[in-house]
Design a protein around this ligand. Structure first.
Ligand SMILES: Cc1ncc(COP(=O)(O)O)c(C=O)c1O
Length: 378
């Protein structure tokens, strides 16, 4: 994180804070500029928002655009509270769940520079790795200490006892994050194992459930029962609303009050609020989509396995799969030549795999056709 770059920079660049000069921005999946590519690289939902959501959003595009939106997204908080069986005081909305994660760090984690050497836990953002690669970026931006502790070799969750024995995991860390189900591995965790970890944890623990609607279990009850447990969700993945940027967390009212103190004044845009509220009136439409995506996921898993790929079990809307015959990076290129985008990560723990978002059945058929063709020339 520390950088000598400031001494070498010239002009206004030398005035940028040394911390910021040393940062590495999060690298998102490619958003292609050319049309006609099959996009299976950023875990977007292949199905459009429900017709009622499009109608409500269009209807809101009028003279009201000159007004500020509701500063707390109160109507959405109230609707989400009803959905999850909690009070509106337990709901916080963000401009995507990425923003909620950033605010959690802002509210609970000290910058390293402001804690004495013996109290580094107060400046620690801890996570089980591999996981969502934004966490270290957010920690570093805040001047906090990112701390990655490995998952089990099969990407399972270590027990609290094993974490104690291993000695790396800090049960007092200011903020711990668990991606559940995990990304980019796709692996799901049971509520029981998550609860055991949460009970052992003293600091705030965040369960990032971005993909939970494609999973067998969810851990929302833990956020409702334990004051130090926060569950983050998003409208991006299951609810086809990436474009609008709406995410939220459910947490103890004191956590929500802290987040309200650190957030930007109008952090959730008006059309996003309208679309997310309308989404909650259309849940049966989305539940049908979850079922379709899960069915397509399982078909793709079977077919790729039959073609010699090693495919990890998934409880998300993507698969992590190791291609045969050539390194994943080469397959990424071959599929790109076939106009299909998938994601490849450079992290050593997962670099033998490709992450493939579940598209429509037609898109997945095109992927399988390209895989069969590329496999023959491998
Ligand atoms: C695990 C995880 N959490 C959170 C997010 C962010 O979602 P949002 O679009 O709500 O910011 C993502 C997006 O890829 C993700 O993979």
């Amino acid at each position: 994180m520390k950088s000598k770059a400031s001494s070498k920079k010239k002009g206004v660049a030398s005035r940028v804070r040394p911390l910021v000069q040393g940062l590495h921005a999060y690298v998102p999946g490619e958003q292609p500029k050319i049309r006609g590519l099959i996009k299976l690289n950023t875990n977007e939902n292949p199905y459009p928002p429900a017709p009622g959501v499009l109608k409500a959003t269009r209807a809101a595009v009028d003279g009201r655009l000159r007004l500020y939106p509701n500063a707390t997204a109160q109507a959405l908080r109230t609707k989400l509270a009803a959905l999850h069986g909690c009070a509106p005081e337990n709901v916080f909305i963000g401009n995507g769940s990425d923003e909620v994660l950033g605010y959690l760090i802002r509210a609970f984690v000290e910058p390293v520079a402001s804690v004495p050497a013996g109290e580094l836990g107060k400046a620690t953002v801890q996570y089980l790795w591999p996981c969502y690669s934004l966490y270290p970026v957010l920690a570093e931006t805040h001047g906090a200490r990112p701390k990655a502790v490995p998952l089990l070799p099969d990407y399972g969750l270590p027990t609290a006892a094993a974490l104690k024995r291993g000695g790396q995991w800090d049960f007092e860390a200011a903020l711990s994050l668990v991606t559940t189900p995990n990304a980019p591995t796709g692996r799901g965790y049971t509520t029981d194992e998550l609860e055991a970890l949460c009970r052992a944890q003293k600091g705030v623990i965040v369960l990032d459930e971005a993909y939970v609607d494609f999973a067998v279990e969810n851990a929302m009850s833990l956020a409702i029962r334990y004051p130090h447990v926060v569950v983050c969700r998003t409208f991006s993945k299951a609810f086809s609303l990436c474009f609008q940027r709406v995410g939220y967390c459910i947490a103890h009212a004191d956590v929500v009050a802290a987040l309200d103190r650190v957030r930007d004044s109008y952090n959730v845009n008006g059309l996003g609020q309208v679309a997310a509220e309308a989404t909650l009136d259309q849940l049966p439409y989305y539940r049908r989509n979850f079922a379709r995506i899960i069915a397509t996921r399982e078909r793709l898993r079977r077919e790729l396995t039959g073609l010699g790929w090693k495919v990890l079990p998934s409880q998300t809307n993507f698969l992590l799969a190791e291609p045969p015959g050539a390194p994943a990076r080469e397959w990424l290129q071959k599929l790109r030549e076939a106009r299909i985008l998938v994601r490849w990560f450079t992290a050593p723990e997962v670099q033998q795999y490709l992450r493939i978002t579940i598209g429509t059945d037609t898109e997945i058929d095109a992927l399988l056709k390209a895989v069969r063709r590329s496999g023959k020339v491998a």
